[in-house]
Design a binder for this molecule. Structure first.
Ligand code: ADP
Ligand code: ASP
Ligand code: MG
Length: 813
């Protein structure tokens, strides 16, 4: 004897019912088979909606009901040969007429009690099972339809009735033992009470019907046929990489279903577990998939965690007060009050100080809970011993489930570490003493992210997904995008990182794609929406994707002003933009602190020396306990290029123009020529060395005639031409002395300065070619011979690679 249950999605359309027919052609020859059928597709929801509309006096229910009726009639017409249709059509039509009468009654009386709800919903299963029965007959599977209301007896707790097992088991055995047919069809979900009123077993309860019958008949197996290939490591609608769990214990499966895995209705496993009947979960649409077996001796791989599930619509109730400490009976009264009001407690935590008790309940119960608990503790509240009940809504429970947790330490550390790194705030925690489940209460908005974070942490050793939001598609930005595209495969394979650009913008356009923007298409932004920075930032925050990194490759102040908002949501920032780091010390420090506080990375290596590891090296020196005493550096790729290429043969202005054309300068080249850019860089190095310093504290001996620095960029070029002699003199003077010109930055004893210097051939700076930068760190450990970082310090390609390196560092945080 075997019991097979088919869910609503397996019975939604004529095509899916044909698939069910094919499965049953094979299965019914193997053994006596009881088939339990749910209502088709979303019928239960739709019937409920009709009733609710009627109860509100809304005539639209008629149209909706007409839709449901029509859908069923069409299924019959599509499935049965024309000659067999009429008797079934009239039988089903008659039942929908009863539904119509019922809704009309609800409409007139405006009364929609739980008893009426059950009566209304029962038609869903009644008609679907009759249709399936007739269809199976038509394809040669002879069967007998038996009404579940004659088999399953419950109390009168309508909508979630409790089964009277003794009577039910006897009725099932009596009824089925006298059936001659090898195949029996029973509607799921419905039952009746002692007075023969129809009751239901709770939403999703067809699974339970099937389990009760399986247990009563000591079936060899209970098969649950649905629209997924088994019980999965997480809800596949929320976690793309969820995978099927091949074998699992009853207890683990029960825990997962209690904590939200909808694929099995929670009470289902109880009756079959007692009789040790294995449960097989199978996919109607891909029957060759092996599915999941739930049994007592589920094999134990070394996996500590079996699955992750969530329950939304949770509220936390906190009862707090000094009057609770050490006095027995408080919690008893709290739970009694909840129980008396029919409020189910999903999770409990109590601090050992006994100062507060916190319980998680379904959100719909909050009003009732607040009123009844405040009433029950009225006496204590009025004397100030206990505070009125505090209710927090819009919460959800995330639960990690696995039998093996008890023999492993560190699971909760890993769980909360991963959630914390992603800025998910935990409101309450509970761990069952069975150690089969750790639950965390979080904001419902964080559920999707939380599920994915935990799934990645516990199941996806293969790779970590990193979601990038890139602003700026100029020289550096476009190089970065092509480097990312080129390296994606390598990083996934060798570093287990899956980088995806999920948001992309420049000053005109912006684009989002949670699945990753196609970087191979260079014109992808052309047809995108208009850029709106506030919208872009809001979208990052609302997408709430795990491991999010914002990458600023602009020189824009408004973009830099958004970092704090991002850090406060634990989103890391990689900035090529120097504005934030070189703004006021107060802002620099604030950003670093807020990033640390929210576990976000704030990386800006390319602010100094483009791709050269200057800030990283400095940080490493400091972290390892060294102390920086002096920094000498040539930090302007532009100025180096200019002074390395200028010898009076071409005008100074044309050499500057060449530097700009080759992409070495800031968008406004005066920031380079006037020394501001170098001042910012040495200030950043001084700040990173621990110095409180502002731009005004830095001495700048500029070599530029003041007239060149006024007006527009065009004026700047024109003025430089007029001052050609000035530049030529500077060059000649150095050249005569056998020296080279370098624009040098220096930081020593808390003071910083920048200025043009003549460098003699013995100096480390002398042999510095092209657009190279050099930094000398004099530290306690590098006293006489400095630590030297030298190499190309400008250019889109190297800057992009520096940004890329920061992204990888941020991804590893
Ligand atoms: P049926 O109509 O067959 O009873 P349900 O909709 O009740 O089907 O249950 C199947 C659905 O449960 C799946 O489509 C899936 O979206 C959802 N689900 C939630 N959690 C899990 C999980 N851990 N494993 C598999 N499915 C899950
Ligand atoms: N049709 C019922 C529901 O949707 C029972 C079930 O499908 O299991 O809740
Ligand atoms: Mg179901």
């Amino acid at each position: 004897m075997q019991v097979l249950k088919f869910g609503g999605s397996s019975l939604a359309t004529p095509e899916s019912i044909r698939k069910v027919g094919e499965i049953l052609q094979e299965e019914t020859v193997k053994d006596h088979t009881i088939i339990v059928a749910s209502a088709t597709g979303k019928t239960t929801d739709q019937l409920l909606n009709c009733g609710a509309l009627a109860a509100k006096g809304k005539q639209e229910y008629k149209e909706k009901l007409q839709g449901i009726t029509q859908r069923h009639l069409e299924i019959i017409k599509a499935l049965l040969p024309v000659t067999n249709q009429s008797s079934l059509l009239s039988k089903i039509m008659q039942q929908f007429n009863e539904v119509d009468d019922l809704c009309n009654g609800i409409f007139l009386l405006r009364d929609f009690s739980n008893k009426t709800i059950d009566q209304l919903l029962s038609y869903g299963e009644l008609v679907s099972s009759q249709i399936l029965s007739a269809y199976l007959d038509s394809i040669g599977i002879k069967n007998k339809w038996i009404d579940a209301r004659e088999l399953i007896v419950t109390d009168s707790n309508y909508t979630k009735a409790v089964v009277d097992f003794n009577t039910t088991i006897k009725k099932i055995q009596d009824a089925l033992n006298i059936v001659n047919e090898k195949v029996v069809i029973v509607p799921g979900f419905i039952a009746s009470d002692d007075n023969e009123n129809v009751t239901t077993l709770g939403r999703g309860g067809s699974d339970y019907t099937a389990a009760i019958i399986a247990a009563a008949l000591k079936a060899s197996v209970l098969q649950i046929w649905t629209d997924v290939s088994g019980l999965m490591t997480a809800d596949p609608r929320s976690v793309n990489h969820a995978r099927v769990i091949p074998r699992i214990s009853y207890q683990e499966a029960m825990e997962l279903s209690h904590f939200g895995a909808k694929v099995i209705y929670p009470p289902t496993l109880q009756p079959v577990m007692q009789s040790q009947i294995p449960v097989l979960i199978k996919n109607t649409f891909i029957p060759v998939d092996p599915g999941t077996i739930i049994e007592s001796n589920a094999d134990h791989t070394n996996k500590t965690i079996r699955g992750i599930s969530n329950i939304n619509h949770i509220a936390l109730l906190s009862l707090e007060g000094s009057g609770m400490v050490g006095i027995p009976g408080f919690s008893k009264r709290l739970f009694e009050t909840l129980a008396d009001n029919g409020i189910n407690v999903i999770l409990i935590t109590q601090a050992s100080s006994e100062h507060s008790i916190c319980v998680g309940v379904e959100e719909m119960n909050t009003y009732k809970a607040k009123a009844s608990i405040d009433k029950a503790f009225n006496h204590e509240i009025s004397r100030g011993l206990v505070n009125p009940l505090v209710v927090e809504k819009d919460l959800a429970i995330l639960a990690l489930v696995g039998d093996n947790m008890k023999s492993h330490s560190g699971t909760s550390g890993k769980m909360f570490g991963a959630l914390g790194r992603n800025g998910i705030n935990i409101r309450a925690i509970a761990q069952g003493s069975s150690e089969r489940n750790i639950s965390a209460v979080i904001a419902v908005n964080d559920v999707q992210k939380g599920l994915n974070v935990l799934h990645e942490e516990f199941f996806e050793t293969t790779y970590k997904q990193v979601n990038l939001f890139v602003v700026g598609t100029g020289n550096v930005g476009s190089k970065l995008l092509s480097q990312i595209q080129q390296q994606q495969h390598y990083l996934q394979k060798n570093s287990r990182l899956q980088l995806r650009v999920v948001g992309l913008a420049n000053s005109r356009k912006m684009l989002f794609d949670d699945e990753g923007i196609d970087l191979q298409n260079p014109g992808i932004l052309q047809n995108a929406g208009e850029m709106n920075l506030d919208e872009f930032i809001r979208k990052i925050q609302t997408s709430n994707l795990r491991n999010s990194v914002f990458i600023d490759i602009t020189a824009n102040e408004a973009v830099a002003a958004k970092y704090a908002d991002l850090f406060s949501k634990s989103i890391s920032v990689v900035a090529c933009n120097k504005i934030a780091c070189s703004s006021s010390y107060k802002n620099y420090k604030y950003l670093k602190d807020i990033a640390t506080e929210h576990n976000a990375a704030y990386l800006f290596e390319t602010n100094v020396g483009a791709g050269l590891p200057v800030i990283g090296t400095l940080n490493d020196l400091l972290r390892s306990g060294d102390k920086v005493n002096e920094i000498q550096a040539v930090l302007s790729g532009t100025l180096n290029f200019v002074f390395n290429n200028y010898n009076g043969s071409k005008t100074f202005a044309s050499v500057v123009r060449q530097a700009q054309d080759e992409g070495y300068t800031e968008p406004d080249p005066r920031l380079d020529l006037g020394g501001t850019d170098v001042m910012r860089k040495i200030m950043i190095l001084a700040r990173e060395s621990g110095q409180v310093i502002e731009l005004d504290d830095i001495t700048n001996e500029s070599f530029m005639p003041p007239a060149c620095m006024q007006g527009s960029v065009d004026d700047f070029y024109n003025e430089m031409k007029k001052h050609e002699n000035h530049f030529k003199n500077i060059y000649e003077e150095a050249n005569k002395a056998g020296k080279k010109l370098k624009f040098v930055a220096r930081y020593k004893e808390g003071k910083a300065s920048v200025g043009l210097q003549q460098i003699d051939p013995q100096h480390d700076f002398y042999h510095l070619y092209g657009k190279d930068n050099i930094v000398l760190f004099y530290t306690d450990r590098y006293k006489d011979q400095p630590m030297v970082v030298k190499g190309a310090g400008a250019g889109a390609e190297v800057t992009a690679s520096g940004v890329f390196a920061d992204i990888i560092r941020a991804a590893r945080v």
